[in-house]
Design a protein around this ligand. Structure first.
Ligand code: ZN
Length: 419
């Protein structure tokens, strides 16, 4: 048996200006509708009813984990996602290259994304990674850029304990002052939190000293671009204790995702990462390449998880037509080839989203998301289309998380709970 899980990020929606329909309703999706006619639909609350999900916590829940027990913060998934080795005790951060200026009151952020810098990040990282920290010789760190202004930073203590119980130093607003990182209110007495916060403050301060006159930035300023002269750190987290999916189900899985966060969550759950040329994590991603890679991967792996990000990007941009058109591309370029070429006598597939990102709000909301299961062991319901309204009348009604366990259950891979 084989299984395929497809998550279109932010797939769910509310009625829009597209004649009162959701983007998924308004989209022409003949391939998804054909699967709906053969399979069973329902609505899934990614984490639980009324819970407004982040993408990371939603994915953990859909993959079968309880995020309230295992989630430690986003930084660790960013580090995993760009290929850093995370060891127990390491503290991970999301990192932003930003533009700061010196004022009498401290450092002020002019541009949180340093003009979406697209070259020279590696040279800046090399310069920063070469410094020796004054706060303690027992602490090492690595900053690694990913795309544009984004990156991750990992702190490691050598015979010294570190803590993720600290505040971030990203002011999140333009013209905001860079705040000092501090121990969280209930961690004031914790020496590990104090030394970790001091380390964060030293790295950010020294990044500015080191980068403000760095050749990469002198060239940027000469070209009229904002310099990438400071690193801001947020999402402090330590390695989560996740039992791998393989250890629970005794099957091997692979992830195909352009975005570092989704690769990171999947790697933390024990999946193997497949690099697919043209998978960008954006609206310009190559969905045909993802379909082809999925079909190839099923020769080696028991299941494949395919993540598609563009639906969420269009939702955040409040672009109803863009979201509708991207859903039509998913149907034509990803679902179409899979429908035609999968061996339907031995394969189960699930299609869903990780949360709702309605056009009117432009961010994640609490509504449930349609989910579809199809394959030889699925009891079909009466639905003949894949969208929110059809799913509300689906045979699975409404449930929370657990989409991967349900999918793997159709393949008879689930361990028995009890005797
Ligand atoms: Zn998401």
């Amino acid at each position: 048996m084989k299984a395929v899980l497809i998550i279109a990020d932010g797939l769910g929606g509310r009625p829009t200006d597209l004649e009162g329909r959701t983007c998924l309703e308004a989209a022409s999706t003949p391939n998804l509708d054909a699967l709906a006619a053969q399979g069973v639909l329902g609505l899934v609350d990614p984490i639980g009813p009324g819970v407004r999900p982040g993408s990371d916590t939603a994915h953990l829940s859909l993959l079968g984990y309880n995020p309230r027990q295992v989630y430690t913060g986003r930084g660790v998934f960013e580090c995993f996602g760009i290929g850093m080795d995370v060891l127990p005790g390491d503290i991970c951060f999301r990192a932003n290259l930003a533009t700061a200026e010196e004022t009498p009151d401290g450092l002020k952020i002019i541009d949180r994304r340093a003009g979406r810098i697209d070259a020279g990040q590696g040279e800046l990282a090399d310069a920063l990674n070469a410094i020796k920290l004054a706060v303690s010789p027992k602490i090492s760190f690595e900053f690694r850029p990913s795309t544009q202004h984004r990156g991750a930073l990992l702190l490691r203590g050598h015979g010294i304990r570190l803590s993720c119980q600290i505040t971030e130093n990203d002011p999140h607003v333009v013209d905001g002052m860079v705040p000092d990182s501090k121990p969280n209110p209930d961690a004031h007495e914790d020496a590990a939190a104090r030394v970790t916060a001091a380390t964060v403050n030293e790295i950010t301060k020294r990044s500015f000293e080191l980068w403000k006159d760095h050749p990469v930035n002198l060239n940027r300023m000469q070209a009229g671009k904002p310099p990438a002269n400071i690193v801001l750190l947020r999402g402090a987290s330590d390695a989560p204790h996740l039992a791998s999916i393989e250890s629970t189900y005794n099957v091997k899985g692979a992830v195909i995702a352009g975005g570092a966060l989704y690769r990171g969550v999947s790697l933390a759950c024990g999946m193997s990462q497949l690099d697919v040329e043209g998978a960008t994590g954006g609206l310009d991603t190559s969905l045909t390449a993802k379909a082809e890679a999925t079909l190839q991967a099923l020769r080696t792996f028991d299941y494949v998880f395919v993540h598609v990000k563009g639906t969420d990007n269009a939702g955040h941009d409040q672009d109803a037509v863009g979201k509708r058109d991207f859903i039509e591309r998913i149907d034509r370029e990803l679902i179409g080839p899979l429908s035609r070429r999968l061996d339907w006598s031995t394969t189960h597939i699930a299609v869903t989203g990780d949360h709702t990102t309605p056009i009117d709000f432009g961010d994640h909301t609490t509504e449930p998301v349609p989910v579809l299961f199809v394959g030889p062991n699925v009891m079909p319901d009466a639905t003949t289309a894949f969208h929110e309204r059809a799913a509300a009348a689906g045979g699975l009604s409404r449930f929370s998380g657990q989409v991967l366990p349900i999918l793997l259950g159709y393949n008879n891979w689930s361990p028995k709970y009890g005797a």
